[in-house]
Design a binder for this molecule. Structure first.
Ligand SMILES: [Mg+2]
Length: 359
């Protein structure tokens, strides 16, 4: 570990969409609410802490959520409002540092090693930011403070909601040793199950393997694991990070079963993607379609081209081709998505940041 460790904060708003809804509508306060989904269709995007007590979670189908919590109130998302509030949150961050890397509307990394207010302690910066968010936006955030992005992110999740968790430099190694691999950003359910079967339960267990072994067992991400368990994860905070793909998807009220309906929906989604691309003058070389079946099994099909494309006339024929190849989906479909990746915007900065790759 270096002598002058960086001071990184990860801020994550608590139950963001749900908290904004409860803030704006007093009748919803103290009640179990879910933003997104309904008792028949769709998935819950965010739910209030009152709903979490019943086992309701993000990405849970509305029907399941309602079964777990019969009093659950479903709210239509108001993305314009969430985006507006997000801008205000980000501008509070910017008063402390320009090194702000947003991960989503309600989450960001801040490098406050040198900050605009000249505050030496990152913990004090985190406290100040939390105070400002509460005072100006009447919302709560949780903050994680540590020496790198990985530990800051893990820390912000340790003490939710309204939390502040600090992993100081001299405690970092011990913290990592004990950390359950489930808590590592980028290690999902499948990988963690695989690891647990191999007897790897904590980052300390991973640490016993050398770089070559990790690479052999887990491929390319093995070197990411190596870095995080050895405290060598030093990916910098990158302001305005570059998007790696542009995509859009739709969940349908009724499952689609015939091809014409699928094509019709794909056309609309493709147009939506193209509009975004044109506005920002972005081109790409890989077209992907996402298909989620009624049983929530989800598949993607992709095709890469030698040349850049961005127009509807270029993208839609490939979308169509991907729907037919290798074969027309046989099971009823609840969601379709279209995406373009390998973008010309990433050419300038081919940074293989694991956080971009894995989160
Ligand atoms: Mg959040």
């Amino acid at each position: 570990m270096s002598d002058n460790p960086s001071k990184i904060i990860h801020i994550d708003m608590d139950a963001y969409y749900a908290s904004v809804e409860q803030r704006d509508n007093p009748e919803l306060r103290g009640k179990p609410i879910a933003v997104g989904g309904s008792e028949i269709r769709g998935v819950v995007t965010t739910c209030s802490y009152e709903a979490r007590k019943f086992g309701v979670r993000s990405a849970m189908p509305g029907l399941t959520a309602k079964k777990k919590c019969p009093d659950l109130i479903f709210i239509k998302p108001r993305f314009d409002v969430y985006r507006d509030v997000s801008k205000k949150i980000m501008s509070i961050f910017n008063e402390f540092t320009d090194l702000v890397e947003p991960l989503s509307l309600d989450e960001a990394f801040l490098d406050v090693t040198i900050n605009k207010k000249g505050i030496k302690s990152a913990t004090i910066v985190a406290k100040e930011i939390k105070k400002r968010i509460k005072a100006e936006l009447n919302l709560t955030a949780s903050a994680g403070v540590s020496i790198n992005k990985f530990l800051a992110k893990v820390a912000s999740d340790m003490d939710k909601p309204n939390g502040l968790y600090v992993i100081p430099p001299d405690k970092a190694d011990a913290f990592i040793e004990k950390l359950d691999i489930n808590k590592v950003p980028g290690i999902g359910k499948v990988t963690s199950q695989k690891m647990k079967k191999m007897g790897l339960n904590t980052c300390g267990d991973l640490k016993k393997m050398n770089r070559a072994e990790l690479h052999k067992k887990f491929g390319k991400v093995g070197s990411y694991y190596y870095k995080i368990v050895h405290g060598e994860y030093n990916s910098t905070v990158k302001p305005n990070r570059i998007r790696k793909s542009i995509s859009s998807e739709r969940t349908f009220d009724n499952d689609l079963i015939n091809v014409d309906d699928m094509l019709e929906r794909l056309e609309v989604i493709t147009k939506h993607v193209v509009k975004y691309l044109e506005k920002r003058k972005i081109k790409g070389r890989t077209v992907t379609i996402k298909i989620k079946y009624f049983d929530f099994v989800s598949k993607t099909r992709s095709k890469s081209l030698p040349n850049w494309i961005c127009s509807f006339d270029e993208i839609y024929p490939i979308v169509k081709e991907l729907l037919y190849k290798p074969s027309i989906p046989e099971k009823p479909i609840r969601l379709l998505g279209v995406g373009l990746s390998n973008l010309n915007t990433t050419e300038r900065n081919e940074d293989k940041d694991q956080f971009t790759l894995l989160l």
